[in-house]
Design a protein around this ligand. Sequence first.
Ligand SMILES: [Zn+2]
Length: 250
Amino acid sequence: MSIVQEIRCSNCSAPISFKPGEMIATCQYCGFTCVIETREPFTLEHSMILNEYTSEQAEGLVRSWMRSGFLKPQDLASSSRIVEKNLVYLPFWVVPVMATSKYRGVLERVAPPVVKQGEINKNYDWLVLARKASPFPTREYDVPLEGKIPYDFRKIQDFAQTLNSEMTRAEAVKTARQQVQAHHRFLAKQEVDRIIEIENEFSMGEAVYLHAPLWFVVYEYKQERYNVILDGATGMVIKGDIPATRFDLF
Ligand SMILES: [Zn+2]
């Protein structure tokens, strides 16, 4: 159950509605963005990526995805029915991270085991989804940042939904730090079997608040429903459920 609350936009005085847990809200009438708790204007960079597809084109892209790839049933495109198509501007934080991790560990796959050390140096524009309970596959989404422009509510299609951030900038930076740490631990684990110690030196840049267009498509195939998420900027399928193919031998 979600109780919608309202504040007045301090720019155009239209009502801005928000739900519990949301931290940053954007006025749908003038694009003014504010921090809900303090009612202060949001002063950091707020960007967006444009959706390039109509609803029909999005459906066409999902259909051509259905026809490609050998893991899908032959009749997937012809026997499926698209039952939902929603364009949602999802909120993200993009956190620049310069990360160095020095690790020392034991390589146990050789006999005798050897101690090995190494260093991981990487720069990221680390993407943090600003919604807490969303099943969106953030790590599989290669956000096309080169197309980013200042947020302009007039460029958002009337039928699109825009979600507010449930995370403050500080929370996003903290989350990015934890995720990069976990990622570097994962990378170190490719080199050694057991980590003895890992030392991280991270330098976090200025986080950018970003709305990116995603199409959430639901299709029906043989009475079952499946989800597809399409990147509204590039037309690529980010993630798509595929019906399990049964191999009937007889
Ligand atoms: Zn307004």
